[in-house]
Design a protein around this ligand. Structure first.
Ligand SMILES: [Zn+2]
Length: 311
């Protein structure tokens, strides 16, 4: 399966910063060791262009991000200090989601080992999100004439507020968010479908709400492509999650999302979104099982010669 990574575009953070930067390189190493990718399939994405970003973001916002002219307040809201490398990393992370969408359209499934930056609004960033990779990638594949309709399936524990805002009123992209109702962001936007869950929701409650929401979303979306935010933060051991979903429950989540799409013939680009477990290995385990499951479906569904040799 084609997998895109951008963890070598390291963004400088002050010591003790709580963003789990190490999860990205750990995840890439795990993917590389596991043999998920054939030769040349573990790739660095290109940076998204200004034009691609402007499909989803305000030109003044892009200009101020690019030149480092965001106010201190705006940077605090994003949660990273500004640097050229922050801008480059954000462009590459969106490029990874776009790359995964293009690969998924050809092969059924692909993944970006970053992205899921769903708190980026058209004119501002927040919660470690600068550019909204889902909106940018959806609109880029539409502009290229490769998909008419896209569904964003956001299972990160935090609501996809930026995605909802950017894509509100766009009938060609359906947004579904399942999230903790009491969790950040405290002011929720309106997705096409929201499934808010109470604190402490476990596997049964999470999976029941997911199945119900997914059914409605896939029916309404009539999509040619899905972007799946496989956040690791609904996990019971997450510091920011407030839910209690087990690793097994999250594996079942992956199965339900990936196989529901496969059964309807919808290609899926898997993105990572959040994950803040006390133990970073747990976050990596949860992300890895999402990628592993997607890769298993590629192998079975598209058994072309090259891939058979590589697995
Ligand atoms: Zn999150």
């Amino acid at each position: 399966m084609k997998v895109f990574y951008s963890d070598h575009f390291v963004l400088p953070l002050p010591e003790g910063h709580r963003f789990p930067m190490s999860k990205y390189s750990m995840l890439r190493e795990r993917v590389a060791q596991d043999g998920i990718c054939g030769p040349g399939e573990l790739r660095t994405p290109r940076a998204v262009t200004d034009e691609e970003i402007l499909s989803s973001h305000d030109p003044h916002y892009l200009g101020r991000v690019e030149s480092g002219r965001l106010t201190d307040k705006e940077m605090r809201r994003i949660g990273f200090p500004w640097s050229d490398r922050m801008v480059e990393r954000s462009r590459r992370a969106s490029g990874g989601t776009l790359g995964a969408c293009l690969a998924a359209l050809e092969e059924g499934f692909a993944a970006n080992l970053a992205g899921g930056t769903h708190h980026a609004f058209s004119d501002r960033g927040e919660g470690y999100c600068v550019f909204n990779d889902s909106a940018i990638a959806a609109r880029a594949v539409q502009a290229a004439g490769l998909a008419d309709r896209v569904v964003v399936i956001d299972t990160d524990v935090h609501q996809g507020n930026g995605t909802a805002e950017i894509l509100r009123g766009d009938p060609t992209v359906f947004t579904f968010s399942i999230h903790g109702e009491k969790n950040f962001p405290f002011h929720k936007e309106e997705s096409d479908l929201d499934a808010p869950l109470p604190d402490g929701t476990g596997d049964a409650g999470f999976l029941t709400a997911l199945e119900r929401g997914l059914e409605v979303s896939l029916e309404a979306a009539d999509a040619d492509l899905a972007i799946y935010l496989a956040g690791a933060d609904p996990f019971e051991g997450d510091r920011l999650g407030r839910l209690a979903v087990t690793k097994e429950g999250l594996a079942e989540r992956d199965r339900i999302v990936l196989e529901s799409c496969r059964d309807r013939g919808i290609p899926v680009a898997v993105t990572m979104a959040g994950g803040y477990a006390l133990n970073v290995e747990d976050t990596v385990d949860v992300h890895f099982q999402s990628i592993r499951h997607a890769a298993d479906l590629v192998t079975r569904e598209v058994p072309d010669e090259g891939r058979m040799q590589s697995t």
